[in-house]
Every structure is written in structure tokens, then in C-alpha cells.
Ligand binder design. Structure first.
Ligand SMILES: [Zn+2]
Length: 180
């Protein structure tokens, strides 16, 4: 059974993260510690594009890639750039509850109808667009997806620390996904 670890005090941060920028992210966002000053990015944050998620972090602290569902499979060049050129050694992968990339097929008609009505597409192209891309961007389940994506990134970038997190939109707080 997958559990979320709430972070409400410093001692809630597991030792493998406490002295890393992942611990910094948790302290800044959840514990509201005073922002330090940074000249260079310390971490790459991958998170969903959803408007309900927003982070309280210092200037210059992080590269941030926002995608549907925090899916970085199609952003690999940017991940590589942050690591190779930006020299970050840590990735925080942040999913959230009630993500729109879960069960995309339930929104098929509103997606197609919206493209027709709001963007001026014709139905054939809108349907083809949905059917082509929905399987690529569907994430199935938020927590399972973040764990599998974290596993994929660890294999791809073996010297980089990857932390799987969940953002709960009702409380605007980060939780670590318990991997034990
Ligand atoms: Zn989302």
C-alpha cells in the first residue's frame, strides 16, 4: 500500500533528503523557512502544468519543467540540459491529486468539442489529435505514475538523486511518496 509522508516539521524529512536541495524544497514550501540567496539552480523540479499547484521557493533555486502530469518522458533534452549544463544533481518529481492527465478518455468529448468551439478546429482533426496524443499523455494514476517515472529517471541518470513527491491541492502542501 502506497503511503504519503506529510512534512510538517524538519524531522519529518528523511535523512537521504535532509541535506540536499530536496530537503530545501520541502523546508521552503512546507515549513516556510526564510529564503536563502542562490546564484545557480540547485535542483530540477518536474511538475504538472495544473494551475492549482504553485511553489514557494527562492529566486534562482530551481529549473522547473511543467508538463501534463509531471510527465518528463517527452522533455528529456531539457532534463539533460539542467543536469549537464545547469549542473543540478537532484530532481524533485511532483505529481498532484485530481490530475487532468488521469482518465483522459473521460474528457474526450469535451477536449474535441473545446478544440472545435474554442480554437476553430474541424472535428476530424480534433478527433485525430486526441486519439494520437491521449495514449502518450495518459498517466493512469498519479502516485503510481510518479513512482514509475522516478524509477525511469534513476535508470536514465544514475548519478542523480530523484525524489517522488505529491502536491495535495486542497492544502497546497508537498508530501513525499513513501517508497519503503
Ligand atoms: Zn495535473
Amino acid at each position: 500500500m502506497i503511503r504519503l509522508l506529510p512534512i510538517t516539521k524538519t524531522s519529518d524529512i528523511p535523512p537521504q533528503y535532509s541535506d540536499t536541495p530536496v530537503g530545501g524544497l520541502l523546508r521552503y514550501h512546507n515549513l516556510h523557512v526564510t529564503h536563502d540567496q542562490y546564484q545557480n539552480a540547485q535542483i530540477l523540479i518536474g511538475m504538472c502544468m495544473d494551475h492549482r499547484a504553485h511553489l514557494n521557493i527562492p529566486d534562482n533555486f530551481a529549473y522547473i519543467i511543467r508538463t501534463g502530469g509531471a510527465n518528463l518522458r517527452y522533455s528529456e533534452f531539457k532534463v539533460s540540459y539542467a543536469i549537464a549544463v545547469g549542473q543540478v544533481k537532484h530532481i524533485a518529481l511532483i505529481g498532484h491529486n485530481n490530475c487532468g492527465m488521469v482518465n483522459l478518455y473521460a474528457r474526450k468529448e469535451s477536449f474535441i468539442g473545446g478544440l472545435i468551439n474554442e480554437a476553430g478546429w474541424d472535428r476530424y482533426l480534433a478527433e485525430e489529435h486526441f486519439m494520437h496524443f491521449a495514449p502518450l499523455f495518459e498517466i493512469g494514476n498519479e502516485i503510481d505514475f510518479i513512482l514509475s517515472e522516478a524509477g525511469r529517471l534513476r535508470l536514465r541518470y544514475p548519478k542523480i538523486q530523484v525524489a517522488p513527491l505529491m502536491y495535495l491541492v486542497e492544502e497546497n502542501r508537498l508530501h513525499l511518496i513513501d517508497e519503503r
